[in-house]
Each structure stands twice: as C-alpha cells, then as structure tokens.
Design a protein around this ligand. Structure first.
Ligand code: ADP
Length: 547
C-alpha cells in the first residue's frame, strides 16, 4: 500500500530553494521533454522486485523519507545525459544515476542525498547494441537486464551457443550490477572482470570511451575483445564510485560448455565449516570447483522455502536450533547444517573426472551426504541454483524475504581468505552479534576464486522501527568488529558507505584522500551522486553529511 504522505513536496535538495528547484526542472523539461521529467510529489509506493520504485529504497532500513529523490529524469541517449549533467552543474543540483535501480539490499534506487534528481537511465536507454556470436561479446546500454539479454539470445537462436552469467536475481541491469561489482555463478561470475570497455559521461559533461572504444575510428571492432586499450586503465575508477555515468559497456559471454551438472552436498555440523574451507580452497583455486559456489546455512534453507518465520516459531527472539532442524527435516538438508551448491561443466567424461575428485574430497567430512538431484521436486531451491549456474536468470532467491512480515533485507558482505581460521572467526563473530541483537543468523559463504565473501542477509520488517534499529545496530557492529580483525566489505548499502569507506583507512586514510582528489578534479561542483561509496565532493565535506 502507498505510504501516507508526510513530507513537503517536492523534496528539495539542501542548499537549493524550492522556487529555484522548480524553475530548474522546468528548464530541464524544455530540454528533455515534459514527459521525461517527473517531480516526486506522489505518495511513495514500495511495489515489489519486478515493479520496483525508482524514487526511494523499497527496502529502506531508515525512515523511507531519508533517501528519497526530488525528481526522476529519463534521458533517451548519451547526448541527453550530457545535457542533464550540464544542467546539474548550472543549478548545483545533486543527481544520482541508476541503471534500473533493483540494487536491493544495497539501497535499491535511492539516492544518498535527499532530494537528488535520479537519472533513471534504464527506462529509455535499453538497447542491446551488438551481440557477436563469434567473439562471444555484446555491447549494452544501462536498461538491458540479465533477463533481457537472455531473451534476446533466445530470439536470435543463440541460447544454445552462449550463456549470460546472471546474479541471484536476474531482473537487474547488467551495467548496474557490473559497476557495483556484483557477482554471478558461472565461471564468468566476476562481472567486472568480464566487462570490456565503457562509454562514460563525466560529471562536467565530456564523454569518453575507455579500452578499444577510444580509438579515433572503428573502435567497435575490438571493443569487446580487449579491455585495456592503451595507457592508464581507467575503468576501475568508474566502478563503485561517483566519477562518471556509464552509458555503454562491452561484456563477454560464456560459450556453452557442452554439458553441465549441478551437485549438492550437505554436512552435518556447524563445526564442519572450518575443515570444509581447507577442502574447498585448493579445489576452487585449481578450478576443479569451477563456479562461484555457495555454502549455505540451514536457516537460510528454511527461509528459502518462502514460508514466514511465524510458520515455524511463534516465540520471541531468534529461532532455536532444534526448531530449525525439525523444520529442515523435510528439505534435502535434513538434519544437517550446511549445504554446498556447485556445478560441473563440460561433456560427461570431463565432468565425471572432476566430480570424482570433488566427491572424494568432500567425503572426508564425516557424515557428508551427496544429494541425488533426481529425488528433488521441481520447485526445490536446488533447481534455482541449477538454472542460475547455467546462465538462466531466476528470482526464486527472493523467497526468503518472506521470513519477516513486510520483509526487507540488507547485507553484511565481508571478504575473507578461504581458510578454516577465517571462516570460523567470521562465523562466530556474526553469530554472536546477531544473538546480541536478537536477529536470526543466515550466513552463506560465496566462494570466489582465492577469496570468499561471507554474505549475511538480515531480513527485517520494513514497517517496524525498532526492528530496523536493531538490524542497523547489528550491521554497524559487524562492520567495525570485522574490520578490526582484518575483514573489509566488498560492497555495501548506502547507509553504511561512510563507515565501510572508513575501514579502508590505511596510511591515515590515504585512499580516501586520493578519491577526494579525483572527485574534486572530475566533479568540481560535486553534483554526481554525492556520498556514494563514502566519496563526497568539496561542497559537502566537513558539513556533517557522513553517517
Ligand atoms: P540494478 O539495475 O542491477 O539493480 P542499479 O541500477 O540499482 O543496479 O545500480 C546499482 C548502483 O550502481 C546504483 O545505485 C548507482 O549508484 C550505480 N550505477 C548504476 N548504473 C550506473 C551507471 N550507468 N553509471 C554510473 N553508476 C551507475
């Protein structure tokens, strides 16, 4: 339901008068067309994943009015993005680019500075500019989602030929996910590593192309096949930053490996985590375990059924372990604690070679069980993992959000080596702090190549202020404690960006100062996504914006 309106409309960014803001928007309407500039003067509607709002974070951990847009603008091409950027500099209005805004758990579509004008690139800039079946590459605009590309491969009869690597939820933008350094689950899961070349509108309105696209003539020919071009490699500064607006990106696609086979193992005890890490590390680094794989805790398995916590437990506080285990009895995890989801790629003889090694190694954990997929019903979570690891977008993962009424989620995502000592320490840290705040602990270890992210999703009721305060307290404690032990986040929610940026403080905050110098050089008026990833332009610094 729409939330009652409790604000003055429109929301005006601090430092701009209401009249000025409205006049500025009128000017923008004349440049981009009346229909492409929307003042945010209606009640906020949360919708759901596929019909998400672009005005705010539908899963906000703060009051919904905190990170809210003053207006939303829909540019139709790079020239219009340039116009928009120049407009923002003339009026000193903060703007916040999104591709599609489905960045749930990390801020959704919300801007960091209240009243910013959201640049919704995806609505009109949604073309697949090229798909090259020989090079296995494509060139996309911000509004192309993982589903969109997958469907287009189908229309062109190329789905058997090449795969799209998709994150847990396939409705997001390929560019949005990639610039935020999101991951997927095939061997092409490191999206940033798989991109090749960008077109970027700088905060002062110049347009650049990086990589081979920067060639004076004919850059399209090699755009997708060689990411570096010549000279300094600048792409990195346009990921997790506020230094530019990405309007085109080259992306590599995975050749169909000629067969694939999902497998699932379960392990009985919480304490199996450490020894398992010692088994997983060498297998993963040598790519016997071939994809970004997941080791999930049984609490998340139950939540992934889509049933609310209240279905299993009516008491207060965290759900007791015996209830978790009895609830899991009917699932493939049964009385076990950990489930490992992986996939083997290639024709049968290649797969069987690798699967035999994996089986021998995993079986070293006493009580380890291999699940036979043919025993699993069609809507079992396993099949969602199977689709995702073989390049088919999915949204089953959304189900665990039902754990709480008005369910929302926010993530704690620290990076760690794949080692017994580290996994155990992070697990204990998370469990203890969750206990302290009375929050159910649902850890999943996402194994990259030489590192893993522990992803802990906290599910909360977005209409329950007290619950939200506990969730935020829990997150802030975990970020600080983990940082003291040498674990930093790989990505974070808008609300935690200053804190997380502060944990990367080596050399008396040398990296932060470097980022500020870049920011001031590239964006002298500080108009682009102020505060994103803890980077504030000069106009904002030292004025109490950090949180
Ligand atoms: P998705 O559509 O995958 O959900 P979003 O559009 O929400 O991704 O993007 C995630 C975040 O990355 C945004 O909040 C924004 O800060 C940044 N971002 C997304 N697209 C761009 C872009 N084209 N240029 C610059 N930053 C972007």
């Amino acid at each position: 339901p729409a939330k009652p309106r409790s604000r003055e409309v429109p929301v005006v960014p601090q430092g701009v008068s209401r009249d000025q803001f409205l006049e500025a928007l009128e000017e923008l309407k004349r440049e981009l067309g009346e229909e492409n500039v929307e003042v945010n003067d209606k009640p906020l509607k949360d919708g759901w994943y596929m019909e998400h709002p672009n005005t705010h974070d539908m899963m906000t951990i703060l009051d919904e009015e905190e990170f809210v847009a003053g207006a939303v603008v829909y540019p139709g091409n790079t020239d219009e993005v340039v116009k928009m950027v120049k407009w923002a500099n003339r009026w000193l209005v903060p703007i916040f680019p999104i591709s599609m805004g489905r960045n749930l758990g990390y801020g959704g579509a919300a801007p960091r500075v209240r009243g910013s004008v959201t640049v919704d690139l995806g609505r009109r800039m949604n073309k697949i500019l090229d798909i090259n079946p020989e090079d296995y590459t494509c060139l996309v605009e911000p509004g192309v989602s993982f589903y969109g590309l997958y469907e287009e491969l189908g229309r062109r009869g190329l789905r058997e030929h090449m795969w799209v690597d998709t994150p847990d939820l396939g409705g997001g933008s390929i560019i949005g996910n990639t610039v935020d350094r999101g991951v997927g689950y095939t061997p092409y899961g490191d999206h940033w590593a798989c991109h090749s070349g960008l077109e970027v509108v700088l905060p002062t309105g110049e347009v650049i192309r990086t990589g081979m696209g920067a060639l004076t003539e004919g850059g399209e020919n090699t755009w997708g096949v060689f990411p570096y071009g010549f000279g300094p490699y600048s792409d990195g500064i346009f990921s997790q930053s506020n230094f530019g607006i990405v309007t085109k990106m080259g992306m590599t696609l995975m050749p169909n490996p000629g067969g694939h086979e999902s497998f699932m193992y379960t392990f009985p005890k919480e304490e199996d985590l450490g020894p398992l890490m010692e088994i997983i590390r060498p297998l993963r680094i040598s790519t016997i375990l071939e994809n970004v794989a997941q080791l999930r805790h049984v609490t998340q398995t139950i939540a992934a059924s889509g049933l609310p916590k209240s279905h299993f437990f009516s008491g207060s506080g965290t759900i007791p372990p015996e209830i978790i285990h009895s609830a899991a009895a009917a699932s493939p995890v049964g009385d076990h604690t950990w489930a490992y989801y992986g996939m083997s790629y290639g024709p049968p003889h290649i797969r069987s070679y690798k699967l035999a090694i994996i089986d021998a190694e995993f079986s070293k954990i006493p009580g380890c069980r291999k699940i036979d997929p043919s025993t699993l019903p069609e809507d079992e979570y396993f099949w969602s993992r199977d689709r995702i690891a073989s390049g088919t977008p999915d949204i089953h993962e959304l189900r665990w959000v039902n754990w709480a009424p008005n369910g929302a989620h926010i993530a704690f995502s620290p990076v760690s080596p794949i080692r017994c000592a580290d996994a155990t320490k992070l697990f204990q840290l998370g469990k203890r702090i969750h206990e302290k705040y009375g929050i159910d602990f649902m850890p999943a270890f996402i194994v990259g190549l030489r590192e893993m992210h522990l992803i802990v999703e906290i599910v909360f009721d977005r209409d329950d202020r007290e619950e939200k305060e506990r969730a935020l307290g829990c997150l802030r404690d975990m970020v600080d404690e983990a940082a003291r032990e040498g674990y930093g986040e790989y990505r974070t929610h808008l609300v935690l960006m200053d804190q997380v940026a502060g944990t990367y403080g080596w050399g008396g905050g040398a990296l932060g100062r470097f980022n500020e110098r870049l920011k001031d050089a590239l964006d002298p008026n500080g108009i682009l996504a102020p505060g994103r990833c803890g980077i504030w332009g000069g106009r904002y610094r030292g004025r109490g914006w950090e949180m």
